[in-house]
Write a protein that binds this ligand. Structure first.
Ligand SMILES: [Zn+2]
Length: 379
């Protein structure tokens, strides 16, 4: 029994090796304005960019010892330092670009409209945001400080681990997609780990998506699809997912950086999905936990597949996160990054609850949910 407990514990430690101790969720009720127009979206976006940039700038004053302790890491060597530095440099460029886009709609005396032409100017603006610029934003400022500090730590932790534990935090070259290549205000919905049994969370989610006239890419497991085919559901996959896109999440939910059979897992699952899904199949592969080998690029090229990661993690798989936590987190991250690929899991019910709320909150904000068939041809 004890052995079993150890086995389970170590398996989950490997599975969530990149998981942080705390997960960020934002209280959107603290933001005083509705996000019902492109201008309102931009104002809220500038605020989130400044709040995140504030935490990013503050974190740069930490030395390696402080950062190791804050991120609760066991080790932080030269490779971790280089990875964290690379991430920060990339984020400053992206934040500066996002701030410029969000500032186009600025009118005189509007909140969060001080100009910042480049990353250095943005750093100064962000550091100056100690308190809210107007009393109406005081509650938001306090909540955003907490949210972005925890969120930044999630990202820095992934970056520090990346040299040993790959994840979505970085790509191995241009062959891999992560959603950061999407245009401003465009988002892609993705759902992993399915399909669940007939009549379960996958089918309920499919109904919700159709009700809202949305499509999405489902990264399914070959083994789960095979089991449903064995149970008599063969031939119904294309019908079940009509209007959606299907791609591979591997044969089994294992790290594809450590599993000796990872190549077989990729080819076998892709072939099965293609055979069952027909034209709904898209030649993408999403590695479980985002873990793939640094030298796997050539294999995927030969297979005609692209690795498709994500840029906005809903954390819906996390037992600590309620649908309300996920909603607040996602809206703040959509405002911060302004575009990207959102990761959900259709084996949980939380996305089905969170998604209609997100759509209501951003109605009129000028956002577009990009079609999954359009995404396959990008990059
Ligand atoms: Zn997964």
């Amino acid at each position: 029994m004890l052995l079993l407990v150890f086995a389970v514990l170590s398996a989950s430690a490997v599975a969530h090796a990149a998981g942080p101790s705390q997960v960020a969720s934002a209280d959107r009720a603290t933001w005083p304005d509705p996000i019902d127009s492109p201008t309102a979206f931009d104002r809220a976006s500038r605020a989130e960019i400044l709040a995140f940039a504030h935490e990013l700038a503050l974190s740069e004053s930490l030395d390696d010892t402080d950062l190791t302790a804050r991120l609760r890491l066991k080790q932080f060597g030269l490779a971790s330092r280089a990875s964290v530095d690379k991430l920060r440099a990339r984020y400053w460029q992206r934040l500066a670009a996002n701030y410029r886009l969000a500032s186009r709609s600025c009118r005189e005396r509007e909140a969060f409209c001080e100009p910042a032409a480049d990353a250095e100017a943005l750093r100064k603006r962000a550091l100056a945001l100690q308190t809210a610029p107007q009393p109406a934003y005081a509650a938001w400022r306090a909540d955003a400080a907490r949210f972005h500090r925890i969120y930044l730590d999630e990202l820095l932790r992934l970056a520090a681990l990346f040299p040993r534990v790959s994840s979505e935090i970085d790509t191995y070259g241009d062959g891999e997609l992560d959603g950061s290549e999407l245009p401003d205000r465009r988002f892609l919905l993705t759902f992993d780990d399915g399909p669940s049994a007939a009549g379960g969370s996958t089918d309920k989610l499919l109904a919700t998506l159709r009700e809202h006239k949305l499509d999405a890419t489902f990264f399914v497991l070959g083994l789960s699809l095979q089991r449903q085919a064995d149970a008599g559901a063969a031939g119904r996959t294309a019908q079940r997912y009509a209007g959606m896109c299907l791609a591979s999440h591997g044969w089994e939910h294992q790290s594809h950086s450590r599993w000796p059979q990872w190549q077989d897992s990729v080819t076998r699952s892709s072939a099965l999905i293609k055979a069952q899904a027909g034209s709904a199949y898209v030649p993408l592969f999403r590695p479980p936990y985002g873990q793939r080998r640094a030298d796997s690029g050539e294999f995927f090229r030969q297979q005609g597949l692209r690795v498709a990661l994500w840029s906005i993690d809903s954390q819906d798989w996390n037992a600590k996160m309620t649908p309300a936590d996920i909603q607040g987190r996602l809206l703040s991250l959509m405002l911060l990054w302004r575009h990207g690929t959102i990761l959900f899991h259709d084996i949980h019910d939380k996305a089905r609850i969170a998604l209609p709320w997100l759509l209501r909150q951003t109605r009129g904000a000028g956002l577009e949910w990009i079609g999954c068939q359009e995404y396959r041809g990008r990059g």
